[in-house]
Design a protein around this ligand. Structure first.
Ligand code: GLY
Length: 333
């Protein structure tokens, strides 16, 4: 199945197909003679990386240690250095094979190397398949502040193969489901309702498709997050702060998004959301250092009274924006 993302000159296709990874060379359509750098992390099965790399006559591979702690200037610089050392020019390309960290960082290197070269994404985690691989957000972290340095750089093509999820640890699957639930909560009741059934994993292809369609509808209307796209941050204001307040890797991104959605779910939907998160094995409560969470949320120890924009949901499949002070948000947690 092809899901087109219509963004004028920056339009591209998402190929959603079981077995697509094996056909990556043909599906990506990168012409012979162009150099490609496959960027991946140590957690991605070598077999996936080799399958992609061997599809191209001039391919190089860059592997970095798995995890958010790699999403920094050092790794970004190493990717750029690899491009430079191998004489990549503007006609060459970067391909990400991995999760959200890989896509964000490879995308940012592609966005900035020689002021921008082509970028292709083959996401291999559920979270990156349903969310971060589309929409063109690329970034690295600065210390504990996530995604603070980045650029919008749309991929030329995204290949999503649900079969690769068979090698993904269960906790990573749950991590991705949180973003699907987010999309269902705010944008598509039929997607949310899948999670109230007995065995949603049987419907994983449909969950991926509906999540992509929900995200497509938002990104096509608001590529650069001037307004509407902020809906995708549902659960992220508090979620990012929780994630940064605990040691790297202790809580996964999706787990923090799950926790971050609950304070902004209205009374009429909070119970259903809690049930769905619980049945997907996602956390519905945790112990946090409130002072740290507040500080991270504001990026500024002294900020008092400044409004933070938040997304709220009072009815499944709908949302609204609101502005709250950090103290008002803390009162909800
Ligand atoms: N992951 C949120 C966005 O793409 O806007």
């Amino acid at each position: 199945m092809i899901i087109p993302i219509n963004l004028g000159e920056k339009s591209y296709d998402i190929v959603l197909e079981r077995g697509a990874l094996k056909k990556a060379g043909e599906l990506l359509g990168i012409s012979d003679g162009r150099s490609v750098l496959v960027v991946t992390d140590s957690g991605v099965p070598e077999e996936y990386v080799n399958t992609v790399a061997k599809s191209f006559s001039k391919s190089y591979t860059f592997v970095f240690p798995e995890g958010e702690q790699s999403k920094n200037f050092e790794t970004y610089m190493q990717i750029c250095q690899t491009l430079c050392d191998n004489s990549f020019t503007r006609k060459d390309a970067v391909i990400a094979v991995g999760g959200g960290v890989t896509g964000d960082m490879a995308g940012f290197a592609a966005a900035t190397y020689m002021r921008g070269i082509d970028f292709y994404n083959i996401p291999t985690t559920l979270l990156s398949q349903v969310d971060s691989s589309i929409g063109g957000k690329t970034a690295i972290d600065l210390g504990k502040i996530k995604n603070i340095i980045g650029a919008f750089h749309q991929p030329k093509k995204v290949i999503i193969d649900p079969e690769v999820l068979s090698t993904l640890p269960e906790r990573h699957i749950k991590n991705g489901l949180a973003e699907c639930i987010k999309m269902g909560m705010c944008l598509d009741k039929s997607l949310f309702d899948i999670f109230t059934g007995e065995s949603y994993m049987d419907d994983i292809d449909r969950i991926i498709e509906l999540s992509l369609r929900a995200k497509k509808s938002v990104v096509e209307q608001d590529e650069k997050e001037a307004g509407l796209r902020k809906v995708l941050n549902f659960g992220h204001t508090v979620g990012h702060a929780i994630e940064a307040s605990v040691p790297f890797g202790e809580l996964y991104h999706g787990e923090c998004v799950a926790l971050g959605m609950l304070p902004f779910a209205g009374n009429g939907v909070k119970e259903r959301l809690t049930d769905v998160l619980g049945s997907c094995g996602l956390p519905v409560s945790c112990t946090v250092d409130r002072k740290k969470v507040r500080e991270i949320m504001t990026h500024d120890k002294k900020s008092v009274g400044e409004k933070i924009s938040v997304v709220k949901c009072d009815e499944i499949g709908s949302f609204y924006f609101d502005e709250m002070t950090a103290d008002e948000i803390m009162n909800l947690i």
